[in-house]
Design a protein around this ligand. Structure first.
Ligand SMILES: [Mg+2]
Length: 367
């Protein structure tokens, strides 16, 4: 079976997050920009993946069309055992365009689609193709967008708990925000705090100490720049809190540097950024060797979210991240919402388990 084409679809689904906001630097993000990668074959089977895009969907689409499609068109569809070699060759072919960032995001999309295809060829769900599933549903945490004022943070935390979520993550950078959330959710609900890389080492250590009475499960990305693993390790050692990072790291090689530096207690590979399922599996194996938790980055709702469910079903523990917002439409016919116990079912169909809803794709298609 040969790959006949690789196509990028830009799908833009609006969302409502109430008073919360979502920004990337100067850009307000008002819709979920998803770049879906479709791999077609001469046997009529289709594989789906996605590549991280947020504020640059056209750039990501171009990377897929210009860099990825020529690498994949015409090759034999690999089976599970053959995917790592195919992806290694493509990483080699494209290394001069950068090992981190858009190139690797586009590579991630192809990798996910190849795994989807390999599992479909076997007629198996992705998790059974890879290993032995340990869980049929994955507990989710509500990943709140940036809110700001302590009163509204408390309100939003209470609403998320009422919807069934058993754990909360904030995207806030002040101690009143952290203590407001803790007061709202009580002592026993896990609380995580994501800073998105603003601080120098000394400020991050001070922030960790100031937050310690609210006992966060971890502080996420407290330090700028994200690849300064030595400073992150210092914050972890002197701040007294567990540290999570990894959404800005790609490939097992950078994760090895991060873990070896002692920078993290919780590693956060993002399947649509890190190099796909192939790299995620290497990182998970390394984390297990080193006694580090895996808590993946997954604030998105395309094929990569389904892949993350499968990957986490192979582990005994670990939460899945769900961006806390109301989407105008779901690509998976409403099947990836958290249930009353705050968990999400792992799909059981072949491959990633669900096919994208073509009506939703057409209605919200940009390109
Ligand atoms: Mg984060």
């Amino acid at each position: 079976m040969q790959i006949t084409n690789v196509r990028a679809h830009h799908i833009r689904i609006p969302y409502d997050a109430g008073g919360a906001s979502f920004r990337q630097g100067a850009s307000a993000i008002t819709a979920l920009e998803t770049v879906i990668l479709e791999v077609s074959t001469d046997a009529g089977l289709t594989g789906w993946g996605d590549a991280f895009a947020y504020v640059c969907p056209r750039t990501t689409c171009t990377a897929i069309e210009e860099m990825i499609a020529p690498q994949a068109r015409g090759i034999e569809v690999p089976d599970a055992a053959g995917i790592p070699a195919v992806m290694d060759q493509i990483q080699r072919n494209l290394h001069l365009f950068g090992r981190y960032g858009i190139t690797m995001f586009a590579i991630s999309g192809l990798d996910i689609a190849l795994w989807d295809l390999a599992a479909k060829i076997e007629g198996a769900p992705l998790n059974r193709l890879i290993g032995t599933p340990r869980r049929t549903k994955i507990p989710a945490y509500a990943s709140l967008l940036r809110i700001g004022t302590p009163e509204r943070i408390a309100d939003e935390c209470e609403v998320a708990l009422r919807h069934g979520y058993g754990a909360i993550k904030l995207h806030e950078t002040t101690t009143p925000a952290v203590f407001a959330a803790r007061a709202a959710i009580g002592d026993r609900t896990p609380l995580m705090v994501d800073l998105n890389c603003p601080l120098d080492g000394a400020s991050a250590i001070a922030f960790a100490k100031d937050c310690s009475a609210a006992h966060p499960l971890f502080l996420e990305e407290p330090v700028w720049p994200p690849e300064d693993f030595a400073t992150l390790a210092e914050v972890r050692a002197k701040g007294g809190l567990d540290i999570a990072a990894g959404e800005n790291a790609c490939t097992v090689h950078q994760f090895r540097q991060m873990m070896s530096a002692g920078a993290v207690s919780h590693a956060q590979p993002s399947v649509i950024k890190v190099g796909g399922i192939t790299e995620f599996l290497k990182i998970a194996a390394l984390a297990d060797e080193m006694g580090i938790h895996i808590v993946p980055h997954s604030p998105y709702f395309g094929p990569g979210f389904l892949a993350t469910l499968h990957l986490m079903s192979l582990r005994d523990d670990g939460l899945i991240e769900v961006f806390y917002l109301k989407r105008a439409a779901c690509l998976w016919r409403g099947r990836i919402y958290a249930d009353a116990s705050g968990s999400i079912e792992v799909p059981e169909g072949p491959g990633l388990g669900y096919e994208p809803d073509q009506d939703v794709m057409e209605r919200y298609r940009v390109a």
